[in-house]
Design a protein around this ligand. Structure first.
Ligand SMILES: [Zn+2]
Ligand SMILES: [Zn+2]
Length: 361
């Protein structure tokens, strides 16, 4: 608010009474404020008023007049209307200032919040990366495990485990003598089953585990998977030979044995909980069927079979004490469970020692 608009021909104060037309009407009396009349101009609306009409104290008028005279500024006069407006404007300005401050505060708070959020996002991203790395590691590990398992299965694909094959007698036979004996026994069994195989078809023979009470299981590796499979199929005929004490099964990994044991458990569970009345009428039940290493769960109407010879000794194939009597009465489920549990515990204990793949000779 400037004190003296330059376009105005009149100064801030006037003293003479020279009459003019109402170009500058007095805010109070509406008559023209003559150039030389004693009057003051509102610093805001630029309208004039006679000092007398306004009832302005002489001291204040003189202060304004002197200020004008000496070219100073600092003291202004505002008309009543402008004072009211100014008060309103001041109040509104105050309100605006408050609102601006509020917005500014909110922005500041928002910035802090955004900054904080940024930090948290960074943390989350980092932890995700971390988790990614861990998942990668786990995947790699799982991949390796699966690869190892498949390799093991492949290695054992052409192996058979013979239980109940007598070991060489006598005092401290040499390793060579033991191997020759085992090979000869093995060939005799193949001969008895009329397998039509000879020494050249056998890749290796190897006893498994520590010295047990009875003969240790004999692992026989063939060059051909087909020969091994044929042997497993014919193994039930051992009953008709002089090797009645011998049983033969596939060489399974620990994982395969566990899976098949679980499958039998699952079959029992389903038979107890999931058979419908219709199933029962039709005499249907769940069973793990197929040769060892190839078992699958099916719902079948077949009566529980006499277990074939290859499957009779369901134990791991690395057990120290194979059942001697293959025609023993079928075990009850409870006995079966106990037996499996025991066997698994033993098998796990001696995992390192007896479950390593057969070495090439
Ligand atoms: Zn007047
Ligand atoms: Zn005014």
């Amino acid at each position: 608010m400037t004190a003296l608009p330059s376009s105005q021909t009149q100064s801030l104060t006037q003293t003479s009474q020279k009459p003019t037309k109402a170009k500058f009407p007095c805010l109070r009396c509406k008559k023209n404020v003559a150039k030389n009349s004693k009057s003051v101009k509102c610093n805001i609306c630029q309208n004039w008023v006679h000092v007398e009409c306004e009832g302005m104290p002489a001291e204040f008028y003189n202060l304004l007049a002197n200020q004008e005279k000496y070219g100073m500024s600092g003291v202004y006069w505002n008309c009543a209307a402008c004072q009211t407006s100014a008060a309103k404007i001041t109040e509104m300005m105050g309100q605006y200032e408050n609102r601006v401050k509020e917005v500014e505060d909110r922005m500041t708070a928002g910035e802090a919040e955004i900054k904080q959020m940024g930090k948290e996002v960074k943390k989350v991203v980092e932890s995700l990366h971390d988790r990614d790395d861990k998942i990668d590691q786990k995947l790699q590990k799982a991949e390796k495990c699966i690869y190892e398992e498949l390799k093991q299965r492949d290695t054992r694909r052409a192996n058979a485990i013979m239980h109940g094959v007598a070991e060489i007698g006598g005092e401290n036979p040499t390793g060579g003598e033991r191997r020759d004996w085992d090979r000869k026994e093995c060939l005799a069994i193949l001969e008895a089953l009329r397998m039509g195989l000879d020494d050249r078809d056998i890749k290796f023979t190897r006893r498994l585990g520590d010295k047990p009470h009875g003969p240790r299981p004999l692992c026989v590796g063939f060059y051909s998977d087909a020969d091994r499979d044929r042997l497993l199929r014919r193994a039930r005929d051992l009953d008709k030979t002089k090797f009645k004490e011998v049983s033969i099964c596939a060489d399974l990994t620990w994982k395969q044995r566990t899976e098949e044991a679980d499958m039998a458990k699952e079959a029992a569970r389903r038979n107890e909980k999931e058979l419908t009345e219709e199933d029962k009428t039709k005499n249907l039940h769940w069973a793990a069927v197929g040769a060892k290493g190839q078992k699958r769960l099916v719902k079948t109407a077949a009566r529980p079979q006499q277990e074939p010879r290859t499957r009779q000794s369901d134990w791991s194939g690395r057990d120290r004490n194979p059942p001697r009597n293959n025609r023993s009465p079928r075990r009850t489920n409870d006995q079966e469970e106990q037996r499996r549990g025991l066997r698994r515990a033993r098998s796990e204990n001696s995992q390192e020692r007896v479950n390593s793949p057969p070495s090439k000779k």
